[in-house]
Design a protein around this ligand. Structure first.
Ligand SMILES: *Cc1c(COP(=O)(O)O)cnc(C)c1O
Length: 387
């Protein structure tokens, strides 16, 4: 991919390859061909841009969209996205009426949520769609233990009154990214027991769902009626320890342009703290991207970079707005040259390479790319329509 004129004046930017995203959605659909697919677009589409990502995913066949926060769901609806949509994190004063009015499915892990949703539904004169969440061992959201039958009975009473309809039963894995871990099958068994209990109590769900990206890719027995991949939609593997790339293509490429190039003598310290000094006289470049843009500060001296033919690393401390790259003695690089921080493997380092270098997961690398970094959308359903 070349960085066209559209990026000429940009210091740092994220190219978002919507064709790759659509390829990933189709690849995931084929992996779970018997199930519906919910593309998870929370956290601004894992940093890739909520609306373009949502529209591209739907155009590629996503049946549902999933978000964490109600504000994200409302943003999608108010932008005209009409796809089935589940929002799963709320607090007592959340805008449940706004959600019900906009046909947003809501998750409930506790009776108070059901009561709040039912009150909103009565006020709006509608029936609210609810997914009951069971904690099968993640130890996070969901009703646990005796809380499950209590939640189910509570829901049945509100269903009888017509305020809510339980359309989904669901749970989330603790360790689906450790393919052999016994908790995976144990949680799956616990889930299907919880489903059976709810069905005995009269619940008639449209969808039972538990698979995140890792389970979608490596645990077919967890596909159930609906899979909920997030990170894999963005082309990054949830199981990087597994050599297979599952045919996924990374969607985000983070690039910057050199803001300054200068000669630098051997042994002189570079950037705050002088934690890097070149061994010989060299040429250094200034990269205008820093931790305000989501570059981890602990990428200092370790995160990989590609500058033309040169594969190298960050030299010295990552600052708020900038860091330095050692371009090597005799470099002919010039201000304005493009630096690729991460993206597709054929192009240079990947987000997974950055994650490995900074002791985190690729999710955090892409999701934390800051609001200050312009997204440049390429391809996708509206490609060629002008922008
Ligand atoms: C974020 C999230 C997902 C997607 O997880 P990935 O590991 O990115 O596929 C699915 N379900 C829930 C409840 C989530 O919070």
């Amino acid at each position: 991919m070349n960085s066209t004129d559209a990026t000429a004046g940009l210091t740092v930017w994220a190219e978002i390859d919507l064709d790759a995203l659509q390829h990933n959605v189709r690849t995931l659909r084929a992996r779970a061909a018997q199930s519906q697919l919910m593309a998870v677009v929370k956290a601004d589409g894992y940093g890739h841009g909520l609306l373009p990502v949502a529209r591209a995913a739907v155009a590629a066949g996503a049946d549902w969209l999933g978000v964490a926060q109600l504000a994200e769901a409302i943003g999608l609806r108010d932008a005209g996205v009409a796809t089935r949509l589940l929002s799963w994190l709320c607090v007592p004063a959340s805008d449940f009426a706004g959600a019900v009015r906009r046909d947003i499915d809501l998750s409930a892990s506790a009776p108070w949520t059901l009561d709040a949703v039912a009150a909103a539904a009565r006020a709006e004169g509608r029936t609210a769609r609810v997914h009951l969440k069971v904690d099968t061992g993640l130890g996070r959201g969901g009703a646990f233990g005796a809380g499950w039958p209590t939640l189910v009975e509570h829901a049945r009473r509100l269903e009888a009154e017509g305020a809510i309809s339980v359309v989904g039963l669901w749970t989330h894995f603790a360790m689906a990214d450790a393919p052999e871990h016994p908790t995976v099958l144990a949680q799956q068994d616990t889930f299907f027991e919880a489903v059976a209990m709810a069905e005995r109590a009269g619940v008639r769900p449209e969808v039972r769902h538990l698979a995140n990206s890792a389970a979608t890719l490596v645990h077919p027995s967890a596909h159930a009626d609906l899979v909920r991949p997030g990170i894999a939609v963005y082309g990054l593997s949830p199981v990087p320890q597994v050599a297979d790339d599952f045919g996924l293509k990374p969607v985000m490429t983070l690039r910057a342009r050199l803001a300054l190039v200068k000669q630098w003598p051997a042994g002189r310290g570079i950037s705050y703290g002088h934690v890097y000094a070149p061994e010989s006289d060299t040429v250094v470049g200034l990269v205008p991207a820093g931790y305000a843009d989501g570059i981890p500060r602990n990428a200092t001296n370790v995160a990989p970079l590609q500058v033309g033919d040169l594969s190298t690393r960050i030299a010295g401390r990552v600052c708020m707005d900038q860091f330095v790259v050692d371009l090597g003695p005799g470099s002919s690089a010039a201000a304005g040259d493009v630096v690729t921080l991460f993206g597709k493997p054929e192009d240079g380092p990947t987000a997974q390479d950055w994650a490995a270098a900074t002791d985190t997961i690729s999710y955090e690398i892409v999701t934390r790319i800051g609001a200050r970094v312009p997204r440049v959308w390429l391809g996708g359903p509206e490609a060629g329509a002008g922008s």
